[in-house]
Design a protein around this ligand. Structure first.
Ligand code: AMP
Length: 112
C-alpha cells in the first residue's frame, strides 16, 4: 500500500528534501521534535524494520551511512540521535520504514 512517504518519493506530495541518492531519500519532518528532525527512508517500500529481509542487509547499512552523511551535511555529525519505531505500539504511524535523525538539542534522556 502506498503511504505518504511513497508519494513523496514519486514527487506526488511535497517535502523539504535534504538528501537523495539511488536508494534513499531524506526530508524534514513536518512536526519536528528537535531543531533538526529529518526522516530518512529507503526508496524500496519496506513497511517496518521487522519486514526487512536478508536481501535488504546492504540497504540497511546504506541507510546508516547515509544518515552519517546527512548529519555531516547539516553540521551535526558530533551529536545526533537515530530513532526507528517498529509497529503501532512502538509509535510507528507511517508504515514505510524510516529513520528519524534528530539533532540540535541535548538528548539527556533515553529514548522514551
Ligand atoms: P513515526 O511516528 O515514527 O511513524 O514517524 C512518522 C513521522 O512522519 C512523524 O514524525 C510525522 O511528523 C512525519 N510525517 C508525516 N507526514 C509527513 C509529511 N508529509 N512530511 C514530512 N513528515 C511527515
Amino acid at each position: 500500500m502506498t503511504t505518504i512517504f511513497g508519494k513523496i518519493i514519486k514527487r506526488e506530495a511535497p517535502a523539504d528534501i535534504v538528501y537523495e541518492d539511488d536508494l534513499c531519500l531524506a526530508f524534514r519532518d513536518i512536526n519536528p521534535h528537535a531543531p533538526i528532525h529529518v526522516l530518512l527512508i529507503p526508496k524500496k517500500a519496506i513497511a517496518r524494520l521487522a519486514d526487512a529481509q536478508p536481501e535488504d542487509q546492504a540497504l540497511l547499512g546504506h541507510l546508516l551511512l547515509a544518515a552519517n552523511k546527512i548529519a555531516r551535511q547539516l553540521g551535526v555529525e558530533g551529536a545526533y540521535r537515530i530513532v526507528i519505531s517498529n509497529g503501532a505500539d512502538a509509535g510507528q504511524t507511517v508504515f514505510h520504514l524510516h529513520l528519524h535523525i534528530l539533532a540540535g538539542r541535548r538528548f539527556r534522556e533515553r529514548p522514551s
